[in-house]
Design a protein. Structure first.
Length: 209
């Protein structure tokens, strides 16, 4: 007998397979676009690095300098940023869900937010197929608000704590940026979030020339 976590996971899978079957009946062909968690994390570092460098550079140019020397204050800021990482991870997934929910027929009833307890990682899953623009917008919302938004706010206020927090969130959104690059190959497709893996399924119809 399945426990509540297994039942919830199976429900997401069943819903996913049902939507896939519906799309096939409508004449759509599907393409699976997923990556492993390890690859997503590696890509997050690589893809996020240029944005982090830009954030640091902008702060240095506007504010004159960046405190990088080891000091009790800097150590305290680093500890506070680390402690806030779990809070930011939850907000990150909520931003995905709130944005995708705006484009769903059933609104937020089609959004599932949970935690992968084996890795203590929050996640967000959208049960409906969305347009390219809607899926992209929801996928990038945490990066735009928690990454770019906090970075610009740190420059405006001259606040190093916000700068370091924005860097954490930029790296945290690196996987989303990686998937967004893959998403651009499917600009005319309907996008369905994968229920268990990092990625999505793109549904498209062949164009008649």
């Amino acid at each position: 007998m399945m426990n509540s976590k297994e039942a919830a996971k199976q429900q997401r899978i069943d819903s996913f397979e049902y939507v896939c079957a519906q799309m096939r009946e409508k004449g759509f062909t599907e393409e699976l676009r997923t990556i492993s968690v390890l690859k997503a994390n590696l890509c997050a570092l690589l893809v996020g690095a240029p944005f982090v460098a830009a954030a640091l550079g902008l702060y240095a140019v506007i504010r004159g300098s960046i405190a990088l020397t080891l000091s009790p204050f800097l150590v305290l800021m680093a500890i506070l940023v680390a402690l806030l990482s779990s809070v930011c991870a939850v907000i990150h997934e909520l931003l995905h869900g709130l944005t995708w929910g705006l484009f769903c027929k059933n609104r937020w009833k089609s959004i599932h937010i949970g935690v992968m307890w084996n890795s203590l990682t929050p996640y967000c899953h959208c049960k409906e197929a969305l347009s390219f623009k809607a899926y992209l917008f929801g996928g990038l919302m945490p990066f735009l608000i928690l990454g770019i938004g906090l970075s610009l706010l740190s420059v405006l206020l001259g606040n190093m704590f916000l700068l370091y927090l924005s860097i954490l969130n930029i790296f945290g959104a690196g996987g989303d940026l990686t998937l967004s690059v893959k998403l651009f190959k499917h600009r005319n497709a309907w996008i369905l979030d994968h229920p268990t893996d990092v990625g999505f399924v793109a549904f498209s119809k062949a164009t008649v020339s």
